[in-house]
Design a protein around this ligand. Structure first.
Ligand code: BDR
Ligand code: CA
Length: 341
């Protein structure tokens, strides 16, 4: 008996190991990613983190939208980030110059007139890709394999909303949309209840929400828990390359307003959490919930209503992330920045 039990056991172990390895190999395939963004200080940190992670993220394109500043500036800043990341191969498509319906709003008070505080800006060598971001989204998602492309939304959701309005069938190509936006537990940052990206185009957020795509939201609930500190800024500075110096200079200028406003010991790096979530979801915790966007005129315009305790007994429509391993985030950011020049 024992003579055949041992080889059979070894065979079983071998089969188990092979299946574990093939599962690991499948997980290791890079995420096919489009980053939609309005750089923006924290957007640039997010872009650098993404560009420093080519093993996990295959960035197909960066699409830009008006948000923190006007579209010409967000598009220039995206191209600057691409230059700093040494990734001029990634096309940058400019998209919507204004929201679907509302009057445009900007956040120069936080991001500076150029949309990039703390560092000098210049006109990057490489230009924009020909064509428009909305058409790019329609063409790319329309032709993609089912459930294959992830869209990271780091600004107002205007581009994807316009694409979905014109070609609703593109949802088929989308694996997941991961949004920085919204606020529930501790209120907003542009009004007492609304977060900037949602307030800047709530109608667009509603279009994306009602399209039925798989959605993950990283709201202020989580980004206000992932704060800089002197020690964490020193950790980033210790990397001591061009990318880390840029990030430290940008963050030092960017975090001041929020620290003063909220009396917090450090500042958030909102959009970079979306990229960190794609790279290391185990750093984050959340819950599948039902969420609504308020687009009625009045004091709750742009508010996200997150039914955390399922009071409405409605089917869930988003994964709402509410907490994170903050030090894990800064460890990830500093080790990845060290890979850039
Ligand atoms: C969000 O608004 C913008 O100002 C930031 O870039 C981030 O996307 C935070 O509310
Ligand atoms: Ca942004």
């Amino acid at each position: 008996m024992i003579e055949w039990i041992q080889p059979a056991k070894r065979l079983l172990q071998g089969v188990l190991l092979m299946s574990l390895l093939s599962a690991g190999a499948a997980q290791a395939a890079p995420i096919d990613l489009i980053i939609d963004t309005d750089p923006g200080a924290d957007d640039v940190v997010a872009l650098l983190l993404a560009m420093a992670s080519p093993d996990e993220l295959k960035i197909r394109a960066i699409t830009t939208v008006a948000g923190n500043v006007r579209l010409d500036k967000t598009s220039r800043n995206a191209r600057l980030a691409r230059e700093w990341g040494g990734r001029e191969d990634i096309p940058v498509y400019a998209g919507a110059p204004k929201p679907l319906l509302r009057t445009p709003i900007y956040a120069a008070n936080i991001h500076g007139e150029e949309g990039l505080p703390g560092v000098p800006v210049h006109e990057p060598k490489a230009g924009l890709a020909k064509g428009n971001a909305v058409q790019y989204l329609i063409d790319t998602l329309g032709k993609a394999k089912p459930d294959s492309i992830t869209v990271a939304m780091l600004g107002p959701q205007t581009n994807l909303a316009l694409a979905l309005i014109q070609a609703p069938e593109i949802t088929k190509g989308i694996k997941e949309v991961v949004v920085m936006g919204g606020a529930h537990f501790n209120g907003g940052n542009i009004t007492p209840v609304a977060e900037f990206n949602l307030f800047a185009d709530p109608e667009a957020a509603e279009v994306v929400l009602s399209s039925g795509v798989k959605l993950t939201y990283l709201p202020l609930d989580v980004t206000h828990k992932v704060l800089t500190s002197d020690a964490r800024l020193t950790q980033l500075a210790t990397v001591n390359n061009q990318a880390s110096k840029l990030v430290v200079d940008i963050l030092n200028a960017y975090i001041k307003t929020d620290m003063d406003h909220y009396g917090m010991p450090g500042g958030p790096v909102h959009d970079a959490s979306v990229i960190a979530y794609l790279l290391k979801p185990e750093l984050f915790k959340g819950r599948q919930i039902h969420m609504q966007v308020d687009s009625r005129e009045g004091p709750t315009y742009g508010q996200t209503i997150a039914d955390w305790h399922n009071t409405l007994e409605q089917p869930s429509n988003v994964m709402w992330i509410d907490s994170a391993d903050a030090q894990g985030f800064f460890d990830l950011l500093s080790t990845r920045l060290a890979r850039l020049k």
